[in-house]
Design a protein around this ligand. Structure first.
Ligand SMILES: [Zn+2]
Length: 123
């Protein structure tokens, strides 16, 4: 695994199903892995959150983009997938892709409109 390390933080992947999530508050990044190595962020997010229900776009203050998409987990079991990520911080999850959550609702922000179609592909 090609994990970036710094002097002040340690990146420990958490396995959620077949995806390993390495989220770091200090670096404000998320890295995604499968058993084969680094995973495509859109595919990893679809694997973890593809069953989430799109609630709609929101105007967002303090987010990387002025509008974000909000997703709700379909069940408490699926909601646990959020626990691999720290709450209430915007993390860069991929190229031009950011995510945040409050333990209940997943927020995604991207400057690539096409990406959202990929994220909901697994639903
Ligand atoms: Zn870090």
């Amino acid at each position: 695994m090609d994990l970036r390390q710094s002097e002040t933080c340690e990146h420990k992947p958490i396995w959620v199903g077949r995806i390993a999530v390495s989220a770091c508050v200090d670096c404000k990044t998320v890295e995604w892995f499968s058993s084969d190595g680094p995973a495509d962020p859109a595919e990893a997010i679809a694997a973890l959150f593809g069953s989430y229900d799109l609630m709609g776009p929101l105007d967002a203050l303090g987010a990387p983009t002025s509008r974000v998409l909000a997703y709700a987990p379909p069940s408490s079991r699926k909601r646990k997938n959020l626990e691999a990520l720290p709450r209430r911080v915007w993390l860069q999850a991929g190229p031009r892709l950011w995510m945040s959550h409050d333990g209940v609702v997943l927020l995604l922000a991207t400057t690539q409109p096409m990406l959202f179609e990929n994220l909901t592909r697994g639903a």
